[in-house]
Design a protein around this ligand. Structure first.
Ligand SMILES: [Zn+2]
Ligand SMILES: [Zn+2]
Length: 405
């Protein structure tokens, strides 16, 4: 077991916890064509009969990496693979490192027979577990980000995805040039990330308020205690990203409409699991949309719609930026509250049509933002509102239509 081997194995742990196929592809590419990597022109490629340098392996991994990079930019695909990924990643980590081990240490292993208990195997087993654990931590973090920006309005999902892609490529190059530096750098980064996560968890825990009646812990925006239903003396306002605001609520109904916008329980403030309109909270059993009703919620949305549409007309006089600001505002305040109650995954054509429409409006918005921005908002708001009301059923707030999906 050489130092280089150890560094390679440890260094590939963070890379495989970020992506499944990309690090595997980069490794096979390097082993087959080292001459294409600056600084490694003199390294001889591994023999052609080696499994890892076969053309079809390289091509398959390359295609999968490309799909992975593209697919990760879509919220739907990312969600689809999220759970399987935490297992796929350690498997690929192990497979690639084992085949590396195979090619380079075949002679050594023959020398020492079965090599009884090569410490390298322990390192690999430990590394696979670490990849799995880190991939799970990453998944939790992405879930947390998605909670903030559920519909990727702020492009948080896409930006993190690009950062991750770059971290894999950058880390890989760093690993082959200065392995030790890469290991140190990535270890420090992961440690910092874990520390920040701990701090955030602690902050959430500290924000919980104790019910004066029964002593149960409640979210800061809870109107009633999750346990005993007692009205809470202190109710904090909820921010647009679902965070606690340092402001006490004075108008409870307005606060409850805000909670509905975030698809949170109007009593205990916890996130509702289903995107159905009429459901009971898993934490406190409160019936959603009983009060405030669907009608009141739509009325509140309409009021915001008039304000933002008017504002977008004024903003539209600022070229490009005016249109973009209007679109983002409308997404966050107007469309998302409806969208949270509508199942994801509209048809491909609908999506394409909306993309095309947005692009058209954007072009128009460069010079004629004061027309394009309000027109864009009116059109899309009407579509989302219609979808939402159709899910509410005919008698707008009848809890009888409980069983729709
Ligand atoms: Zn209580
Ligand atoms: Zn509740």
């Amino acid at each position: 077991m050489s130092v280089v081997q150890i560094v390679t194995i440890i260094g590939s742990i963070p890379l495989f916890s970020l992506r499944t196929f990309l690090p595997a592809f980069l490794t096979t590419l390097l082993l087959s064509y080292p001459e294409y990597f600056p600084g490694l022109e003199n390294v001889p490629p591994i023999p052609e009969e080696a499994f890892i340098s076969r053309d079809w392996v390289l091509i398959t991994l390359g295609a999968l990496s490309l799909l992975e990079i593209i697919g990760d930019k879509s919220t739907e695909i990312r969600n689809l693979l999220k759970n399987a990924e935490t297992y796929l990643k350690p498997i690929f980590f192990l497979a690639i490192n084992l085949s590396l081990l195979d090619e380079t240490s075949v002679e050594v292993l023959q020398e020492v027979q079965w090599a009884a208990f090569d410490p390298l195997w322990i390192l690999l087993a430990f590394g696979s577990l670490l990849v799995h654990w880190l991939a799970t931590v990453r998944k939790d973090f992405l879930d947390f980000l998605e909670d903030i920006d559920e519909d990727d309005n702020l492009f948080i999902g896409r930006i993190t995805s690009w950062i991750e892609d770059s971290l894999v490529v950058f880390g890989f190059l760093l690993l082959i040039w200065t392995g030790i530096l890469m290991v140190i750098l990535y270890t420090v980064a992961i440690a910092f990330f874990l520390f920040m996560r701990k701090r955030h968890d602690r902050k959430i825990e500290e924000q919980m308020l104790v019910c004066p009646n029964c002593g149960a812990k409640n979210l800061p925006f809870a109107v009633k205690c999750v346990n005993c239903k007692e009205l809470q003396p202190k109710i904090y306002a909820i921010g647009i990203f679902g965070q606690k605001k340092e402001k006490l609520v004075s108008n409870i109904q307005k606060h409850q409409l805000n909670l509905i916008s975030h698809r949170k329980c109007t009593d205990c403030g916890n996130k509702l699991e289903s995107n159905r309109l009429f459901q009971n909270c898993h934490f406190c059993g409160n019936a959603h949309f009983q009060s405030p009703t669907v009608k009141e919620f739509i009325k509140n949305q309409d009021k915001k719609f008039y304000k933002i549409a008017g504002l977008s007309f004024l903003l539209g006089f600022v070229p490009v930026i005016g249109f973009l600001t209007s679109a983002v505002l409308a997404n966050i305040y107007l469309f998302s509250p409806y969208r949270r109650y509508i199942p994801k995954g509209s048809s491909f054509l609908t999506k394409l049509f909306i993309k095309f429409l947005t692009f058209l409006f954007f072009l128009l918005g460069i010079a004629l933002g004061f027309i394009a921005a309000p027109a864009y908002i009116v059109l899309r708001y009407t579509i989302w509102k219609k979808k939402f009301t159709s899910r509410a059923g005919k008698p707008a707030d009848s809890p009888a239509r409980n069983n729709e999906v």
